[in-house]
Design a protein around this ligand. Sequence first.
Ligand SMILES: O=P(O)(O)OC[C@H]1O[C@H](OP(=O)(O)OP(=O)(O)O)[C@H](O)[C@@H]1O
Ligand SMILES: Nc1ncnc2[nH]cnc12
Length: 195
Amino acid sequence: MDVLAIPAERPKGWYLSLMAPNTKGPEFAWLDPSRLYCNSQALADCVQDLLSQFHSDPIDLVAGIDAMGFILGASVANTLGKGFLAIRKAGHLCVATQNQNYTDYSGREKIMEVRLDVLKPGLRVLLVDQWIETGGTMRAAIQLVEKLGATVVGVAAVAIENTEGGKWIKENYKFSHCIPEALQSQVDGKYLNFF
Ligand SMILES: O=P(O)(O)OC[C@H]1O[C@H](OP(=O)(O)OP(=O)(O)O)[C@H](O)[C@@H]1O
Ligand SMILES: Nc1ncnc2[nH]cnc12
């Protein structure tokens, strides 16, 4: 595969075949989407797909989740001409933070944190992460934004699996993702036929 090649035709989600399956075992995520960020057209098309639901929504700030959500979130922010806020896994920020416990697809208890001096009532925030599997990580980020009084305009990720938590997000927030309807059942089954 030529990872950097830009095809002549670019149907919806064309870049998803750049993602690579887990070859290391169950303690890792089932997939690594990050190779699609290596292809500049793939990243640009992915960002446009994520923004397609939000063209009529005022957004003040994009927040991305540690770590891979930083890449996609910063790309979305840059495309929108807005700033970017990092939502961190605990233990890195040297300033006062709001913290939130959560459990993700690994089943491990984790803590996420955000600095106290950016989010405030009235601020409209678009939350971006690479992937939503159980939804635990995104739900914690939503809780952090809302605890500080800001508004979650919506949630964007390459994929939102139809898990209990993924469905909760879809039912309660405006959302966008990059998975064509015909591929969603493969994503939910954690196997893509193009691997
Ligand atoms: O919906 P969930 O089950 O909560 O899982 C989703 C989270 O897991 C992945 O990140 P991971 O913690 O693997 O870290 P990374 O971004 O550093 O790769 C992914 O990028 C989301 O942040
Ligand atoms: N990057 C990812 N790919 C697939 N499943 C995931 N679950 C959590 N992160 C994921």
